[in-house]
Design a protein around this ligand. Sequence first.
Ligand SMILES: *Cc1c(COP(=O)(O)O)cnc(C)c1O
Length: 382
Amino acid sequence: MSVYADNAATTAVSKRALEAALPFLTQEFGNPSSPHAWGRRAAAAVLAARQTIAERLGAKRANEVYFTSCGSEADTWAVAAGTAYGRRTDRRHIVTTAIEHHAVLGACKNAEEQGFEVTYIRPDSSGMITAEQVIAALREDTCLLSIMAANNETGVILPYDKLGAECREKGILLHVDAVQGFGHLPINVAEQQIDLLSVSGHKLNAPKGIGALYCRSGVFLPKLIFGGEQERGRRAGTENVPAIAALGAAVEELFEQNEEKNARLSLLRDRLREGLLGIEGASLNGCKDRSLPGIVNVSFEGVEGESLLLLLDMQGIAASSGSACASGSSEPSHVLRAMGRTNEQAAASVRFSLGFSNTEEDVAELIAACRSCVERLRSLRG
Ligand SMILES: *Cc1c(COP(=O)(O)O)cnc(C)c1O
């Protein structure tokens, strides 16, 4: 038996998403910018996907959605919109959190090199950050607040939905990295007064190589790629029509029976969490009552997370230590470190992330395999 429990790293492409892409990889190969029938059919598919995403985000207009190549690009672009706004208004301060994805942290580091000051808000030991904490960090010269909807390593949900009014009133742009939250959490950019929001295809059963940035009309979005008039002239380059069509289909699918699917996923997560915490020396990295359906992050005392992953892999189980981007390097997770874990505790962590296709049997298998692998590793240590 094999169990894939690394859906926060990437997901399988759904049948619907694949089927939506196929025509545009075969007979419908037109360039959306071409005025002939082939081009018009491709352009119609791009528009339909843009409308679906806009609608599901609660955007007022489809043209507030810009397609990108990935979530990292959307994050990078959003921070660039923030710094462009900061330069125009002479505001040189950015607020973000210490537990953002490296795409946002890297873009903020880049902003620091350009003379911006960045405040990185630290979470408590459960990975939580409160709205009050964030609001207290906002200043008169703040141009951008960038906060994730939910953390990709711990699953903890941040107060992304409670900051819009404050930001709008103070003239601060609000960017939400919703790569992990979209489809799982209530998101409505108009109601929540969000100015910029990032989405990634491969985290929601669309293919890799496609993402989207919502940018509220009226917010200046700097040009990212020069060339043609694609993406309202802000990001030139012929559109990735098959991936865009697939993303539209994946988003449609995500919102069908959405509540039932998420409720089922939450139940599986609860069962997994209880089972894993039943293993001796296990402790939760996260927050029980404010967590994404699907993600469980646990440290096993005295166990090397990387060794545990290796043993699990040998049994056909895919999980992850921290984020996929951070693994491969020996750096301990910046998220767990910010939560006050020691390097040793952080190195003892494993993240399981379930998807809609995981089953109760998968969860039972994960718990049993984890228990036996942890015991084996401990016995080897003597
Ligand atoms: C995966 C992820 C990203 C990056 O998305 P890519 O499409 O892989 O570039 C950004 N933010 C969060 C929270 C993520 O989980």
